[in-house]
Design a protein around this ligand. Sequence first.
Ligand code: G
Ligand code: G
Ligand code: MN
Ligand code: NA
Length: 249
Amino acid sequence: QSAEDELRAAIENDELQLLYQPILSAQDGKIVCVEALARWQHRAYGLLSADSFIPLAEERGLIVALGEWALRRACAEAKLWPDVKVAINVSPIQFRQKDFVATVNRILTESGTDAQRVELELTEGVVIADADLAEHAMVDLRALGVRMVLDDFGTGYSSLIYLRRFAFDKIKIDRSFMESMEFSGESAIIIRSIVDLGRSLGLTVTAEGVETEEQARFLRTLGCDELQGYLFGRPVTATEIEQRLAEQR
Ligand code: G
Ligand code: G
Ligand code: MN
Ligand code: NA
């Protein structure tokens, strides 16, 4: 059986799973959101991270089904933690489907999920192919009440144009800037600029890949709104998130 056939079967038979990584308010350290990250428990290879099968799904036309599965699963599991938002990564291919907005609307309705609790994470790649289509889809999604997030911010080449043209609610600073962050260095200057830019445009700014107390302190000083990274928690199961939320109450 080819990897493609195995992945198709895994999607159809609900054999994939979602882990959730906490995203904290920089102000009070409370979990305000969790990001859903797909995993594949493979018979032979063990637990596979998204990097090892999302590209395959995109190449072989399986990403639309996988994306719908992820939306449905995240909406179902998010019932365990009513106070916290859930962020779902959306592939550019999935986003460009003519019926994407209708699909999101249907899944929200079927699962009884409040749209305000759902964030969709897009990368710049989404708008490169067909900006008009993307613009309309974003307006329609926001009209549903869903929040739109620009993921991996700072890695594309025309981020500023996208921020002006598209109605994002939030930007996530790519974790590559944290990795190389020296407080007097170039990455720190870039991070500061992104935080200032986002705030002056009225966007929520989230930093990803926060691994040290020093990084967290620096980001709080800058006025970054939300923090995500191994310092605060790795991706874990829905049940583990539920337990952690119970502890913070
Ligand atoms: O958690 P991990 O390192 O496996 O994530 C790797 C990449 O896969 C990240 O860029 C993440 O956005 C992406 N990813 C994780 N889950 C999903 C998903 O459900 N759908 C899509 N389209 N991308 C995902
Ligand atoms: O592209 P996207 O931002 O969706 O990818 C999120 C990915 O980043 C996930 O694979 C997640 O496991 C990973 N990640 C989250 N926090 C950290 C961190 O603190 N350090 C590193 N190296 N990776 C992280
Ligand atoms: Mn993401
Ligand atoms: Na990212």
